[in-house]
Design a protein around this ligand. Sequence first.
Ligand code: DHB
Ligand code: FE
Length: 278
Amino acid sequence: MAQIIGGITTSHVPAIGRAIAKNLQQDPYWKPFFDGFIPIRQWLGDVKPDVVVVLYNDHGLNFFLDKMPTFSIGAAPEYRNADEGWGIPTVPPFMGDPALSWHLIEQLVGEEFDLTTCQEMKVDHAFTLPMALLWPDQNWPVRVVPVCINTVQAPLPSATRCWKLGQALGRAVASWPGDEKVVVLGTGGLSHQLDGERAGFINKDFDLKFMDSLTTDPSWACQFNTHQLVEQAGTQGVELLMWLATRAMQGDEVRKLHSNYHIPISNTASGLMLLQAA
Ligand code: DHB
Ligand code: FE
């Protein structure tokens, strides 16, 4: 039986790609951010996962506003990155796991979550940069299953819906007969707003409460509707839905092994957590 051995949640910001390309990890602006990943890489080196299920939101590289699935999943043998216009280097391709992908799809559709299935899928900075932070040599030692949740075009799925999606994905992984060690990587958030009158908005109190809730009261954020989430976390802060779905995949009990919070990176409050299955 496949086992979810841990969940990692992190922000994703295109500027991280530029910082990596310019080797700015020790630069005073970047050091508090990059140093947060050292314990996570140590843990990954110890546990050696086989597969990473990556929950993230595409920002227009694979899906554009003309076709925007609420939930989608990759079922490709390989996933490639491409230029999104940020001027950051692309990364090497990722190896997929079509058999596991199709199992997850079968199980989820069976549970009335009708995901858009993608046998070709480009992965954007929200996928590639967190992976590059976990494996800086970009010699990916894992297979991947990308799962996208729409947070770029209204209407967005509710926090409760994302929580239930995560629970269903957790059950689906657990029912896979292989003996893979699976890590869930959820990327997005925390509070940030890139547009409009509140551009630059960050809400540290909310972010810290949200991070705390993932261990103390994990479905706490489900009390907020989309407008309330935008109010609390900003228009792009709703990306925290990935954290919620990641946590839901992990079941009742988790242990926090590591966390980091640093503001700002670019326009974003950057958060990081490692939650191990209890
Ligand atoms: C930024 C943050 C994001 O989540 C994103 O997708 C793009 C840019 C930023 O803070 O610059
Ligand atoms: Fe984003």
